[in-house]
Write a protein that binds this ligand. Structure first.
Ligand code: DGJ
Length: 565
């Protein structure tokens, strides 16, 4: 994985910026992309950030509908993205469109995407809809579809064809490699401003309806020895090198074989593209139930699900991120999915999820787990339920728009604070991991009971209660039908915090050496970051702070300074 380690940047920040600026300016002047100016992923002590233009970047994303990347549709895409306050749009590149005849490429549509995104001051993540889209071959160009023998599908156990391309089809792989390489070559010369931040290789690769390919080629490979890399990845003795998949993996053999074939295939496509233009690459998983997975093939088999993570990492090292498409609505399942993909060997990135209603509080849960980006799906205005309408209600903006409106002006700061391990979040419905803390934490002024969560920082704790609170009143006035409270707190200094949220109340109490001391606000500034500097619009006091820091339906951002005596 092309992830770079981050050492002591904090101390060298001004010099660092000068170098970055010089590199960008010189690179642009020469018409080249210097390596350090390319978007890339940085790792620091198991935490990650996507660096864009030389600094941490939080991807506030949204994905368009599948058929929206056409010039005729774009006028309905950009306004919706602006209404949602996104900074990055995930948008497909269709193999059937860019290679209408074998070997003849047409990148006019890609160029339109680049130009229009730049006009709207948006970045892009390109989705390579190629061999696989939702497990099928539907985006292969017609010249491939009409030569089905040459570019075959998976054959099921019953001998019938499955609506999914075979990962053992060498001609398909070579065609995909050629096309992806052409796309990345084009991007390298056409995207000098780094509008494109990452590329998704394929879309939800794998097969629905068959645990593996049973074609003659697949049967032969299945009976053959397991590759040493697959044995090592799954902590199997590598001296079993001559043993078959069935002998090594028993009941998991069919699934693991299919995963290895798909991951190796996608890994080769990714490597070919990365060789010409090393942008961060990721692969998205059609997630199996993260809490109670059903037996394959009751989920899509082949993609980077949690049980085959290590097979994917070994087979596709050119892929930087394995990412979950999270469509689970239950709190426990959603949070488990986040936990499964936040790993020391993997940056957390959610390329698809739901973007309306209380579910959107999980954006905060993702940030609290260090996510480098987040993107609800289908958020343009090309369908009957436009996102821009869903973004607004009578009592304020909701969902994705509310999240992004608060975070967008400080997205760089949030990404940096997360990389430094200074940021924590809480969402309503998430159990407090340390229940003893709840009863031990000081009860906030006027509160009727223990808080829902306690977050621990250096020298301070924060108690959080969820609900719709009256300013000046002690109790939650109304509880929303579904839990939707969310809070983000980042420690800016020994006694200073950045706080935002919706439908929640936050109070701070001293801990450590100051445990038990009286504390008070020095100031509670309401404002926003502008060009990296917090600008206060007013200082909250009196009724606005005497009952805790109350976050209602309209997002607000506070810089809170505290002291003890
Ligand atoms: C997941 C896929 O990855 C998307 O392209 C889209 O088809 C959505 N499902 C639809 O819910």
């Amino acid at each position: 994985m092309s992830v770079r380690r981050f050492r002591g940047l904090d101390r060298h920040w001004p010099a660092f910026w000068t170098c970055i600026l010089a590199a960008i300016v010189c690179g642009a002047a020469r018409g080249e992309t210097s390596d350090s100016s390319l978007p890339h992923i940085v790792q620091k002590e198991g935490r990650y950030a996507l660096f864009v233009d030389g600094a941490p970047y939080l991807m506030l994303g949204a994905q368009v509908n599948s058929s929206s990347a056409w010039p005729a549709m774009l006028p309905r895409v950009w306004p919706a993205m602006e209404a949602l306050h996104v900074n990055t749009v995930e948008i497909p590149v269709y193999w059937e469109q860019i290679e209408p005849q074998q070997g003849q490429f047409d990148f006019t549509l890609v160029d339109t995407l680049l130009a229009e995104a730049r006009e709207h001051r948006l970045r892009l993540v390109l989705l390579w809809f190629a061999t696989w889209k939702n497990g099928s071959n539907h985006y292969m160009p017609p010249w491939m579809k009409l030569e089905h023998e040459r570019y075959p599908n998976v054959i099921g156990r019953d001998g019938k064809e499955v609506d999914s391309p075979s990962p053992l089809a060498g001609a398909t792989l070579q065609a995909d490699i050629a096309a992806f390489r052409a796309l990345m070559t084009h991007l390298k010369s056409a995207d000098l401003h780094h509008t494109v931040l990452m590329v998704q290789v394929e879309n939800e690769p794998g097969a629905w309806g068959s645990v593996r390919d049973y074609s003659p080629a697949a049967e032969k490979a299945f009976a053959g020895p397991v590759p040493t890399e697959a044995l090592a990845a799954m902590a199997k003795p590598t001296d079993q090198a001559a043993a078959s998949w069935q002998e090594v993996f028993g009941d998991d053999a069919d699934e693991f074989f299919q995963v290895w074939c798909v991951a190796s295939y996608v890994g080769k496509v990714a490597a070919a593209g990365k060789e010409v233009y090393p942008l961060p690459l990721y692969v998205n998983a059609a997630l199996r139930d993260p809490v109670a997975p059903r037996h394959p093939p009751k989920y899509e088999v082949g993609g980077p699900n949690d049980n085959v993570f290590l097979l994917w990492k070994a087979a596709a090292p050119a892929v930087d991120v394995l990412a979950p498409d999270i469509y689970q609505r239950e709190t426990a399942k959603y949070l488990k999915a986040l936990d499964l993909y936040q790993r020391p060997d993997n940056p957390l990135f959610i390329p698809e999820t739901m973007g309306q209603g209380p579910i959107t509080r999980f954006f905060y849960a993702a940030l609290g787990r260090g996510a480098i980006g987040y993107a609800p799906f289908g958020m343009d205005n090309t369908r009957s339920s436009p996102a821009s309408v869903a973004a607004t209600t009578e009592d304020g903006i909701t969902g994705t728009a509310a999240n992004y409106q608060a975070v967008a002006p400080m997205s760089r700061e949030i990404a940096r604070l997360n990389l430094e391990g200074k940021l924590q979040t809480a969402v309503e419905g998430e159990p407090e991991p340390n229940a003893a803390q709840l009863s031990a934490a000081p009860v906030s002024q006027g509160a009727s009971g223990p808080p829902a969560r306690v977050l621990n920082f250096d020298g301070w704790g924060a108690t959080i209660a969820f609900g719709t609170f009256a300013r000046g009143g002690p109790r939650p006035q109304t509880q929303p039908a579904e839990p939707d409270g969310r809070v983000l707190i980042a420690q800016l200094g020994p006694n200073q915090f950045l706080v935002t949220g919706l439908h929640a109340r936050v109070t701070f109490f001293p801990t450590g050496n100051a445990d038990g001391k009286t504390s008070q606000y020095l100031s509670v500034e309401e404002g926003q970051y502008e060009n990296g500097v917090f600008q206060a619009a007013r200082i909250l006091n009196g009724d606005q702070t005497d009952w805790g820091l109350i976050f209602a339906s309209t997002p607000s951002v506070l810089r809170v300074s505290l002291y003890t005596r």
